[in-house]
Design a protein. Structure first.
Lengths: 409, 335
């Protein structure tokens, strides 16, 4: 494909066409779809699935979508299924502005790189078509939405007034026995459990993001014992489920995703977003193009990707606690109070609204847990990861989750 | 226990085929100049082509048959050539000694069961650990405990199953760790075997493969078959090293990798097209008799291949546990 074919202005042609995007509810919000469609002048369809199903469909059925909006760690699967095509960075106007977190592995040279699948290691398409950190003109995924996750806990159960040290080990604190939930995704929830087991001193991993079969067996033995002791309440797949578990008081501690904090309603007062001493479990989302996409649809895919990083969408993401890979573009679309709270870690100067533009999700005077963007981005313990033993671990994980959820119902 | 216990130590199939051909050459049933072709022999002996190929090579080494300009081998010695005689071997009324005939038939049953069990085992080892229930296996195929034990014994020999301390047969999960370790062993052994095989390489076959691939038209012949190229490399080069013990180690080490790879391809996992061009590069080096360079190249290739196999294994995770139609394999829980 010649580079000079890029960005032909063809709205009349586009208006009859549809771009199909497959992803999760992390980024595929209805408000985003409407605005993108009106800004770009073509129809956009979103197909929203949970993580495991989204990944399976992307790998096995690439004809069913044009753009794939998911996380870097699952490129280990979807890319190697041959479902995606390299993205030519020369065709992207936003590429030079993308932050160093994905291009060089950290927000600055002092930032912790973290264990596991740092996006940098999966960013560039190498000459043999594998993915690596060696810079080339082509990338597998355009970095976009990301965050640094931890867990949330009920301060009434944990006496947070005492300013206790927050650690992943709290997941298995006996005070929360029977009220623990984990996110059901083996490249995510498994690491919350592993961080907890290691923090408690129950297990030691040589490389927590690349466990050996023996270490995996030990982890599942540990989890199985905890399940039998009655620690687990549930494993969930969407942020809404997580929020509901807190709202109903069914759990006292669990894996958490940022938007779920905005949906806690009255429980928000007592639920705290932890800043674990060990660091965050980071993840990075992005956009990829399906293998089959060519011609005008390919052009639409590139326009859509540039649009994502142009600022408006990043501002929407910020209101649910997520960061975007070109933060400076977001400033024009957030109020000063919003930017100061979400990105800068300052006290909210006023009540802040959520993505619906109506609901107050942050009260005046509140401060984001963990501080500003740089502060949080420097404290990465590990990244969501598809380990070498992912297949082996996934099968054990599926059985474990079936046991937890089977008994909680 | 009416069946002879000697099966595992009984002659190999290619030895039986060689014995039949040898005795008929000696008796004149197969006259000098008769053209021996793999296909007709394998239908006559009710076996696959591989044992026939091996039998023909043995007879060639024994100078009972020789290659000529055409397809197949001619009976007799190359120094005293006879005009090629092309007739249907099935109509020659060859004498097949009774004991050999029976052995071939028994072996047929044994091998069919073995092949099916091997396929089932290979298909499940990517989904975790499984136990094999001996009695169920016998019932499933309607065969005696002796046959079951022979089949399991062979699977064990080939490194596909193991016995636990409590004497249960288990299919170990194919983990990334075992893939990595087996590829390390390949890197240690195979380039060295290639060096040792230096003077015994079937250059003619390598030449034919190269010629075939150079002239391949993907639109009419389809894409190149990596598995076939690998087989050509193994049979015509690496496994020709004059060290039976080394060859056995190489075969045994490869078995689970090859079995799993076939199972993954069956599940629809994409094949690696780049590997094909790498095989051809290797064959070019071998054809040019640059064996040391070929050995170095093969080691590098195996290193890259290990990484690709690891990536391929990860992506299996999106496939749900297969519903095994076989009652004799039951999953073992990790916890």
């Amino acid at each position: 494909m010649a580079r000079n074919t890029r960005k032909l202005p063809s709205p009349a042609l586009h208006s009859q066409r549809t771009l199909r995007v497959l992803g999760t509810d992390i980024s595929l919000l209805e408000a985003v779809r409407k605005r993108a469609s009106s800004d770009l002048g073509f129809k956009i369809e979103f197909e929203v699935l949970d993580f495991p199903n989204c990944q399976r469909k992307a790998a096995l059925n690439p004809e069913a979508y044009d753009v794939y909006d998911q996380c870097f760690h699952n490129l280990a699967i979807v890319w190697f299924w041959g479902a995606l095509q390299p993205i030519d960075t020369a065709w992207l106007s936003c590429w030079s502005k993308v932050s160093p977190l994905t291009k060089s592995g950290g927000v600055d040279k002092y930032a912790s790189r973290g264990f596991g699948d740092a996006p940098m290691n999966k960013l560039y398409v190498q000459p043999d078509h594998s993915l690596g950190a060696e810079e080339t003109q082509h990338i597998a995924m355009l970095p976009a939405v990301h965050n640094f996750d931890s867990f949330g806990y009920d301060t009434r159960v944990f006496n947070a007034d005492c300013k206790q040290r927050e650690s992943w080990g709290m997941l298995f604190d006996p005070r929360a026995k029977g009220k623990l939930a984990l996110v059901d995704e083996p490249a995510i929830g498994l690491f919350d459990a592993a961080l907890a087991a290691e923090a408690m001193g129950a297990l030691h991993f040589e490389n927590i993001c690349n466990m050996s079969p023996v270490e995996i067996a030990a982890l599942f033995k540990f989890l199985s014992a905890k399940r039998e002791e009655g620690f687990f309440r549930r494993c969930w797949r969407t942020g809404q489920e997580a929020a509901e578990l807190f709202r109903r008081g069914e759990v006292a501690i669990q894996s958490m995703w940022s938007p779920a904090y905005n949906e806690l309603g009255g429980s928000a007062e007592t639920i705290k977003d932890a800043v674990p001493a060990e660091g965050y479990r980071a993840w990075h989302g992005g956009l990829s193009i399906a293998r089959h996409v060519t011609g005008p649809t390919l052009r639409m895919a590139y326009e859509y990707m540039d649009w994502w990083l142009a600022g408006w969408a990043g501002a929407v993401m910020a209101r649910q606690g997520y960061y975007i890979s070109v933060p400076q573009a977001v400033t024009e679309h957030l109020s000063a109070a919003e930017w100061n709270y979400w990105y800068d870690g300052q006290e909210a100067a006023e009540d802040l609204l959520g993505v619906d533009g109506e609901t107050v999700v942050v009260r005046k005077g509140a401060r984001r847990s963990g501080g500003g963007y740089l502060e949080r981005a420097r404290r990465i313990a590990l990244w969501n990861t598809v380990m070498d033993e992912h297949n082996y671990a996934t099968r054990a994980w599926i059985r474990f989750v079936a046991e937890v959820n089977g008994k909680s119902r | 226990m009416s069946e002879p216990r000697a099966r595992l130590t009984s002659p190999k199939r290619y030895e039986l085929v060689a014995a039949v051909l040898r005795s008929n050459i000696a008796s004149g049933g197969l006259p000098p100049g008769f053209v021996l072709l793999e296909g007709p022999i394998s239908s006559l002996m009710k076996t696959s082509r591989a044992p026939v190929q091996a039998a023909l090579r043995i007879l060639e080494d024994e100078k009972l048959i020789y290659r000529f300009g055409g397809r197949g081998y001619l009976v007799g010695r190359a120094e005293a050539p006879a005009a090629p005689m092309r007739r249907d071997i099935g109509k020659l009324g060859l004498r097949i000694p009774n004991e050999i005939g029976t052995a071939l038939q028994n072996r047929g049953l044994w091998e069919r069961v073995y092949e099916e069990v091997e396929t089932a085992v290979a298909a499940c080892l990517i989904f975790g650990e499984f136990r094999i229930i001996e009695s169920e296996l016998g019932d499933y195929y309607g065969v005696s405990r002796t046959v079951v034990r022979d089949v399991l014994g062979r699977l064990h020999e080939r490194g596909l199953i193991a016995k636990t301390q409590s004497s249960h047969w288990v299919v170990g999960a194919l983990t990334a760790q075992s893939v990595r370790e087996r590829f390390q062993v390949r890197q240690l052994l195979e380039p060295e075997a290639l060096r040792l095989a230096r003077d015994r390489i079937d250059l003619e076959r390598i030449g034919r493969v190269l010629e075939q691939e150079r002239t391949r038209n993907p639109s009419t012949h389809g894409p190149a078959d990596g598995t076939q190229l690998e087989r050509a490399l193994m049979d015509s080069c690496i496994l020709r090293a004059p060290n039976g013990h080394l060859i056995e180690l190489i075969r045994q080490n490869q078995m689970p990798l090859a079995a799993a790879s076939r199972a993954l391809t069956k599940l629809g996992l994409p094949e690696d097209e780049i590997a094909v061009t790498e095989y051809l590069m290797l064959f070019e080096l071998i054809a040019a008799r640059a064996i040391d360079a070929a050995a170095v190249y093969w080691r590098q290739h195996l290193k890259a291949l290990a990484e690709k196999n690891l990536a391929r294994l990860k992506i299996v995770a999106v496939i749900s546990d297969a519903q095994f139609g076989v009652s004799y394999l039951t999953p073992i829980e990790l916890t």
